[in-house]
Structures are given as structure tokens and as C-alpha cells.
Write a protein that binds this ligand. Structure first.
Ligand code: ARG
Length: 491
């Protein structure tokens, strides 16, 4: 039995691996990138809006949206192509994956066209020249002078960024801590977990201008030309699209549009940002987060339950080769899902399946969580069915009921009563764990709190707010579930 189980698991893994290999090689076709964008009428730009003045979240006419000089660059490229610009936010370290898997058409995110990145994506000419600085707490002014003053201390840099790689390479005796978002790094700085944060100079200036407790120092990093320039990235081989974008980029350079128009415009949004930072002001964002969190949870438990019933039945199938195969497959599935992190599954569905069918983030999130939840629910159901006394089935069968009828009308109703508490638990767990889909950019509660954090430059308050909101949701849900549980116990 053990050996067969291992074989079944190996088979599933081999299938997954084989499929991944075929889908990644299938990409290198002829270049119709420009024609495709023009046909769809829109150009999707991926960016990580935690980097003012390049890109950041701001409230414009009462609505939170991504603004900044990179968005202006994106708009110009889209306009020159005669299409509409669509901005998609995600974490900086997901951007290039999103580009390679076709989730976005281009990446503009203050990104340096390094040789390592050039291996995987194509870049346009440079549209802006940056350089590194280090942000510190103003109270530490005089203690730290440049990258070499942090011996025995910790500096932070965004994961996947060139600052992270260079800080690792060019400092010694300094701990370099990577975090997904620059807003988190600033928070780490303010709570003294970090003594410095490395980022591009214009961004450092923006953070310092927005926060009286921060200051900046020169980095003194040894940088190559590619490390100080920002370019637009396109999928490898999209020659026609890059050529078209280069025309816009060249104009931007020639007319000095970034310095003359885009940066001053971004600066204005930066100021409006500091007007109202009360959490109440953002109730709409939090409400939207709650809405998405609940949609994801309810859908996932619903589909997870259906999948769970099927899986548990498959796991208990008896007689014949077919039943045995079914049993092994279901067992392998359950083991595999329970043995891999949900976060990886979410990314796999979004980016991996995305190579075949381009699913929106919300759908991908619901699919991944349902698939995950199904495996757990299957086990609860199996346990529930097994806990129904054998005599019940025997009695029903001897009364002449068919197998299916017995299962449906005698066993399952009793089983449901037994598994109800576990199902309720699963629901409550998912309210909390669905937050994982924020990594693929679904606007659930955590995602919204990140937006509020970058919008207000306040780190702790939004976290406290969502903590309370999560508790209200789970507490209410558990009250409701308890009520039904008590009702079921009456008979
Ligand atoms: N220029 C750096 C890089 O290319 C960091 C860019 C960070 N951008 C952002 N939107 N957070 O790695």
C-alpha cells in the first residue's frame, strides 16, 4: 500500500513537472506582440506602487489610484500606440514573473535594466536616471554617513531589487534585510528594526519630504550605468512592441518630459497625500477589502465542499481496478495539497495555469483556495462518514434501500452533523488565510490595508484596523455557526 501511494504521488509530481516544462517552451513563437496589443485595445502595465515619485497610491477625486511619473510614461506609450493604459499593482518581486507569464504587457516600476534581468526580458532605452540613497531616522543623523557606517547594524532593501543585491555585495559586517514592500521597510525603520533603507534617490527624497522623522544620506554604492537608469521591460522577444515603445521613450528623453512634466505632476499628488490620514477616511477601502475577503471565503468553502465530497467518496471507493485507481488518485491529491504551502499553490494557479488560460487574479485565488480547502474538507467528511455506525448502513440496506440512497439519506445527514464543527472551523480559518491571495493582487482586506498604508504613510494604524475587522468577521461567523450547531443537536 505504502509503495503504491508513493508511486501515485510521484506520478502526480511528474505530470506537474512535465506540464510546466512543455508550457514554458511553448512561448517562443513569432513576434506579434505589437499587433496583439493593438488588437486588444489596451496596454497592461505592471508596477509596484510603493515607490514615490515613480509610482504610488494616491487619492484622486475621492478615489484611490496609482499615480506617478512611471504611470505618465506608461500613458504616453499607450497613447502613442493608440490604446488604453491599464495599471496592475503587484509586489516588485512578482513583476517579471507576471511579465513572462503574460499577466501584464510591460513593467514600468523604476526598474534598472541589469544584465541579469536582460536574460529574461527585453528593455527599452532609458527614460530616467536615478542613483541610490539611504533613508535613516532623523534622530540618527551624524551616526550614519553612507553604506559603510552600518557595521553591526541592519539595513533594509526591497526583495528582488538591485538595492538588495548590491547591499549584500557591497557591505560587510552589515545585515541586509529584504522585505516585499518599501512601505514596510520604512515602517521597519521607524520602529528601529532597521537602521537604514536603501532605495533610489528620488524615492528617498519623497519619503523624507513626507515624513518629518526621516532623513537621507548618500549611499556611496559603486554602481554601473545600468544600475542607475530606469527602463520599461517587455516580454523577451517582443521586438515590435519594444521598437514602438522606444519611439515614445526617445521623445520623453528628448523633450525632457520626466523632469518638466511628469515629476512636478507626481509631486502634487504627494502633497495631497498628507491631507487626511485618518483611518475613518478610508472606510470605503476597508469595506471593499471585507467584501472580497468574504466572497473568496464563501466561494472557496462552497467549491471546496463539493470537491471534498467527491474526494472523500473517491477515497472510500471499493471494488474493481477503477475504484482502486480512484482511491489512489484521491489520496495522492490530498497528500500533495496538504504537503505544499497554500501560498505556493496560489502562485502556481495564477502564474502557472496562467500560461494556458489567462485567469484574473480573483478567479485564480478562488480556484487555488478551493482546491486547497477541498483536500482538508475531504478528510473531515471521510472522518464524519466513518463515524456513522455501520449498523445504520446495514439496517438501511436490509430495508431494501440502494447504496446511493443509503448514503444520501441515511449516512450523509448524520455525517454532516459530525463534521459541522470542523467545517465551521475551516470557514473561519479561510477568512484569515484567504489573505494569502493579496500576493497576486486581489483586493482583499490585507491588500487594501497595504494601499491605505502607502497612501497615508502610516504603518501601524491600518494593521490595527484590519486586525479588529478580521476579529469581528471571525467572531460573528463562529457565533452564527455555533447557533446552527446547537440547532442540529436538538434532535
Ligand atoms: N531600481 C530598483 C530595481 O530595479 C528598485 C525599483 C523598485 N521599484 C518599485 N516600484 N518598488 O531593482
Amino acid at each position: 500500500m505504502k509503495n503504491k501511494l508513493i508511486m501515485a504521488i510521484a506520478l502526480v509530481m511528474a505530470l506537474v513537472a512535465g506540464w510546466t516544462a512543455t508550457t514554458t517552451t511553448a512561448q517562443a513563437a513569432t513576434d506579434d506582440s505589437l499587433a496583439q496589443v493593438q488588437k486588444s485595445g489596451k496596454l497592461v502595465m505592471g508596477t509596484s506602487p510603493d515607490y514615490p515619485p515613480y509610482e504610488f497610491q494616491a487619492t484622486v477625486h475621492g478615489k484611490s489610484q496609482v499615480v506617478g511619473m512611471d504611470v505618465a510614461v506608461g500613458k504616453k506609450i499607450a497613447k502613442d500606440l493608440g490604446v488604453k493604459l491599464v495599471v496592475k499593482s503587484m509586489s516588485f518581486d512578482s513583476l517579471l514573473v507576471a511579465l513572462q507569464t503574460g499577466k501584464v504587457d510591460m513593467v514600468i516600476s523604476g526598474m534598472n535594466p541589469t544584465p541579469a534581468r536582460r536574460k529574461n526580458v527585453d528593455f527599452t532605452h532609458t527614460y530616467y536616471q536615478g542613483g541610490y540613497s539611504i533613508v535613516i531616522n532623523k534622530s540618527d543623523k551624524g551616526i550614519y554617513k553612507d553604506k559603510d557606517s552600518f557595521v553591526g547594524k541592519t539595513i533594509g532593501a526591497q526583495t528582488g531589487s538591485t538595492m538588495y543585491t548590491e547591499s549584500k555585495k557591497q557591505t560587510s559586517g552589515t545585515t541586509v534585510k529584504g522585505m516585499t514592500s518599501v512601505s514596510d521597510l520604512i515602517l521597519g525603520l521607524q520602529s528601529h528594526k532597521l537602521q537604514g533603507v536603501a532605495m533610489e534617490k528620488p524615492s528617498a527624497q519623497a519619503y523624507v519630504a513626507n515624513n518629518k522623522e526621516l532623513a537621507m544620506i548618500p549611499s556611496k554604492f559603486n554602481l554601473s550605468a545600468s544600475d542607475t537608469s530606469a527602463s520599461v521591460a517587455f516580454a523577451k522577444g517582443s521586438t515590435s512592441l519594444v521598437a514602438a515603445a522606444n519611439k515614445s521613450v526617445d521623445q520623453i528623453r528628448k523633450q525632457n518630459l520626466v523632469n518638466k512634466d511628469y515629476l512636478p505632476a507626481a509631486g502634487k499628488y504627494l502633497k495631497t497625500n498628507t491631507v487626511n490620514t485618518s483611518m475613518l477616511h478610508y472606510w470605503k477601502a476597508f469595506l471593499k477589502g471585507i467584501e472580497y475577503t468574504l466572497i473568496i471565503t464563501v466561494c472557496s468553502v462552497f467549491f471546496g465542499f463539493i470537491l471534498g465530497v467527491l474526494l472523500s467518496l473517491a477515497r472510500m471507493a471499493q471494488g474493481g481496478v477503477f475504484a482502486t485507481a480512484l482511491r489512489w488518485l484521491a489520496t495522492a491529491y490530498v497528500e500533495f495539497i496538504r504537503g505544499t504551502p497554500m501560498m505556493v499553490q496560489v502562485m502556481f494557479v495564477y502564474f502557472g495555469l496562467g500560461l494556458i488560460v489567462n485567469l484574473p487574479a480573483l478567479t485564480s485565488g478562488i480556484i487555488a483556495i478551493s482546491l486547497n480547502s477541498g483536500a482538508y474538507i475531504a478528510e473531515y467528511i471521510r472522518g464524519g462518514i466513518n463515524s456513522v455506525d455501520k449498523g445504520q448502513t446495514e439496517a438501511a440496506r436490509s430495508l431494501g434501500m440502494t447504496k446511493g440512497y443509503t448514503l444520501r439519506y441515511v449516512v450523509l445527514p448524520q455525517a454532516l452533523k459530525n463534521i459541522w464543527p470542523s467545517l465551521g472551523n475551516e470557514f473561519i480559518t479561510l477568512i484569515k488565510d484567504s489573505s494569502i491571495v493579496s500576493i497576486i493582487g486581489v483586493s482583499e482586506l490585507i491588500f487594501q490595508s497595504n494601499i491605505v498604508r502607502s497612501d497615508t504613510y502610516r504603518g501601524v494604524a491600518p494593521i490595527a484596523v484590519i486586525m479588529v475587522l478580521y476579529f469581528i468577521m471571525t467572531f460573528t461567523a463562529s457565533r452564527i455557526l455555533n447557533h446552527f450547531e446547537r440547532k442540529m443537536q436538538h434532535d
